[in-house]
Design a protein around this ligand. Structure first.
Ligand SMILES: NC(=O)C1=CN([C@@H]2O[C@H](COP(=O)(O)OP(=O)(O)OC[C@H]3O[C@@H](n4cnc5c(N)ncnc54)[C@H](OP(=O)(O)O)[C@@H]3O)[C@@H](O)[C@H]2O)C=CC1
Ligand SMILES: CC(=O)N[C@@H](CCC(=O)OP(=O)(O)O)C(=O)O
Length: 391
């Protein structure tokens, strides 16, 4: 299989992009998703899904809107913000000015009776209180970390506060699509994975399930573009602090450690402890996890490679590159792809795995759209046909 190929379904919906725009109710009560751009021809769609974007003035919110521009079934019914509530999207995100979108409003002013589903793109901590107050008919994909950890005491330990919506937390399904697809289809609330945990679990889960690697001595050296930290102003994110340098952070303490360990423990059936060090690199988006593992006795590098190839041969968004080809963040920029490869370490018995994603797409809004497609009964690839921006 070539590294990047498209099925005919891809090409069909890629060539005929409809959708995106405001949702309006017609006199006969039928739903009209008015799909238009200021520069393009309006098209309309009956019985479309009315989507709300909570936190639409942030990076993941804006990425949801970019992706929905290619979606044939979802229309944007409402968009919320906090400090920027009351502003038109064109003043907050000039790059979306060409689109006919609702103005940003505060969540307290939102009417959810005309909405079917929401992307919740809010800061973790505040999210659980907000989701607790949402009507029960809504399907929700939450991009924050609030509902990812199954063990509430672990949540409290790593997030420094007791969980304020424990019942909802029990209901939530972890949204690593390629691993939990069947559970996600029947969920109401999906906890979309963190970006680092996505880039780490996609290569490791199949290898652990096949008992090809040891559960000890897993070392993850991960690097993220600055958009991973969100759009709000922070001193450590100033241009002067970030440019021309590499900044490690959260050494041994990052809150993605328990999320990664939870996913790997689910795959193995026993406890897993990892070394994980994230770094901020001077680029806007993109993420690489370089993972050092010990192979199980008698296992060869070819076995790891074949297992990964086999696990992902029918997956659209996860690709194992040709032997020896090094995954690069440039190759996934703006796309929902995760590219993986595995290399023999010079230390006998060890392997080096490299995994790259775009933190804002497969690491956040793209995977969230993949999940909402499943929740609403659509093919999971709908609206996700983007080739990378390269170079
Ligand atoms: N950035 C990334 O790569 C990834 C992010 N995530 C997670 O997704 C979520 C969103 O991240 P991101 O888009 O980067 O964050 P941003 O900081 O860019 O955006 C946050 C959004 O939430 C709104 N908001 C902030 N506080 C409140 C509040 N108290 N009540 C209501 N709305 C509020 C903001 O409104 P306003 O602008 O008006 O203040 C803004 O729209 C976070 O939980 C993050 O951890 C997950 C994976 C990757
Ligand atoms: C560069 C950067 O700061 N990245 C964020 C992770 C973003 C993400 O995936 O995280 P959550 O959804 O779990 O918040 C961080 O390290 O906290």
């Amino acid at each position: 299989m070539s590294a990047i190929s498209f099925s005919s379904t891809h090409l069909h919906s890629w060539k005929n992009p409809k959708g995106f725009g405001k949702v309006r109710k017609q006199r006969d009560g039928k739903l009209l998703v008015k799909c238009s751009s200021k520069s393009g021809n309006p098209t309309s769609l009956q019985n479309g899904v009315r989507v709300g974007v909570l936190g639409a003035s942030g990076y993941t919110g804006s990425e949801v809107m970019r992706l929905l521009a290619n979606h044939p079934q979802f229309g944007i019914a409402l968009m919320t913000a906090d400090r920027k509530a009351g502003q038109p999207i064109s003043s907050v995100f000039p790059h979306l000015s060409t689109r006919d979108l609702p103005d940003l409003i505060a969540i307290k002013d939102a009417n959810f009776s005309d909405v079917d589903a929401v992307f919740c793109c809010l800061p973790h901590g505040t999210t659980q209180e907000i989701i607790k107050g949402l009507p029960k008919h809504l399907k929700i994909v939450d991009l924050s970390a609030d509902f990812r950890l199954k063990d509430l005491s672990e949540y409290e330990e790593w997030y420094g506060q007791p969980h304020r919506a424990p019942d909802l937390q029990k209901e939530a399904i972890y949204g690593l699509t390629e691993v939990l697809r069947e559970e996600i289809k029947n969920a109401r609330l999906v906890a979309n994975p963190g970006c680092y945990p996505t880039s780490v679990q996609l290569p490791l889960v199949p290898l652990i399930k096949a008992s090809l690697i040891e559960l000890k001595n897993i070392i993850i050296d991960a690097k993220s573009g600055v958009s991973g930290a969100g759009r709000s102003a922070k001193e450590n994110l100033l241009f002067t602090e970030v440019t021309e340098g590499l900044n490690s952070y959260g050494v041994t303490l990052h809150r993605h450690v328990p999320e990664i360990e939870q996913g790997l423990a689910d795959a193995s059936g026993s406890k897993v402890t990892v070394s994980f060090t994230p770094h901020l690199i001077p680029m806007s988006r993109g993420m690489q996890s370089t993972i050092y593992v010990e192979m199980a006795p008698g296992v060869r590098i070819e076995d790891l490679y074949q297992q990964l190839k086999l696990s992902y041969e029918n997956e659209e968004f996860v690709f194992v590159l040709e032997n020896g080809v090094i995954p690069r963040t440039h190759s996934v920029k703006g796309t929902n792809y995760c590219l993986i490869n595995v290399f023999p370490d010079r230390i006998p018995g060890r392997a080096i795995i490299i995994s790259v994603i775009d933190n804002l797409v497969k690491g956040a809004s793209g995977q969230a759209l993949q999940n909402l497609n499943l929740l609403m009964g659509f093919p999971e690839n709908l609206g996700l046909h983007y080739l990378p921006l390269f170079p």
